[in-house]
Design a protein around this ligand. Structure first.
Ligand code: FPP
Length: 261
């Protein structure tokens, strides 16, 4: 790439570290689906002597940055772990504020999603989402349902084991499948992510080396990239670095490298 393409103007400064990273990316081998465990909002705030909710507020700004960066780079699917089933165990005030932030995000971000032809889809146990937030989610899902430049999947009230158990229940209740007719491809059609390719790249912030009940089935062959930085500090530079590192790895899916055959 000689001159920077239009879509990167105002987004990547000439001569910057980001531009150097951008030049290392092979756009014919981008991950189709990136999933992110956004961790460390609380610690980011504590380090600054701020209440935890300030960390979540800063975290929602980082969400905007990540969505924009993925859209510009041409990532087709981005899944964000925004609220886990386990998050209900936090103090009620923090839980309420998190839902409030999500509500605000949806109220404000719908125009950006429409402008950029981005589809929003929720994965998780919807029944348990507070009704006010659920109404907004469904409104934005409906508004964006026909867009396909990128899909943002928000994992809300999400648990990987619950998703698998729910899939089993659906197969038993709704399908007439015989055991011998069930294989991996059939099973995956009963997950929340039916029809969506598995993540190629799983990013986690704040240095934790855990999967935390996220997309357990779908990350079987995902490459994992972890940064020690907290989620509110996540920028386009992190994303570009993750892509560069991802492309240096050799994905084998359990086979041996082509060159050894
Ligand atoms: C982890 O930090 C983050 C969360 C539990 C929720 C993620 C929520 C946001 C980024 C804000 C709103 C989301 C959207 C989509 C607008 P933590 O609180 O677990 O941090 P800690 O481990 O340092 O305590």
């Amino acid at each position: 790439m000689g001159f920077m393409e239009d879509r990167f103007k105002d987004f990547i400064l000439p001569g910057s570290e980001e531009e150097k990273l951008l030049h290392q990316i092979d756009f014919s081998r981008l991950p189709v689906h990136i999933a992110i465990i956004m961790d460390g909002n609380g610690r980011w705030a504590e380090k600054r002597n701020l209440p935890r909710i300030e960390g979540h507020k800063a975290g929602s700004k980082a969400v905007r940055e990540a969505v924009e960066a993925c859209a510009r780079l041409g990532i087709k699917y981005l899944t964000l772990y925004a609220f886990s089933k386990e998050n209900w165990r936090r103090p009620a005030s923090e839980v309420a504020m998190l839902w409030e932030l999500l509500y605000d995000y949806l109220r404000k971000e719908d125009k950006e999603l429409i402008k950029n032809k981005i589809r929003l889809k929720v994965i998780g146990d919807r029944e348990g989402v507070p009704p006010k937030v659920r109404g907004e989610l469904e409104r934005v899902e409906e508004l964006t349902r026909d867009f396909d430049s990128m899909v943002v999947l928000l994992a809300l009230n999400y648990g990987g084991r619950t998703e698998i158990v729910e899939a089993v229940k659906k197969i038993i209740k709704e399908s007439k499948l015989k055991p011998e007719e069930i294989d991996e491809a059939v099973f995956s059609r009963y997950l929340y992510t039916a029809g969506i390719p598995d993540p190629d790249l799983l990013i986690r912030t704040s240095g934790e080396m855990r999967v935390s009940n996220f997309l357990l089935w779908q990350i079987a062959y995902a490459e994992i990239w972890i940064t020690p930085d907290f989620w509110p500090d996540f920028t386009r530079r992190h994303l570009l670095q993750a892509l560069v590192d991802y492309q240096k790895r050799q994905r084998r899916f359990g086979a041996i490298p082509q060159s050894s055959l």
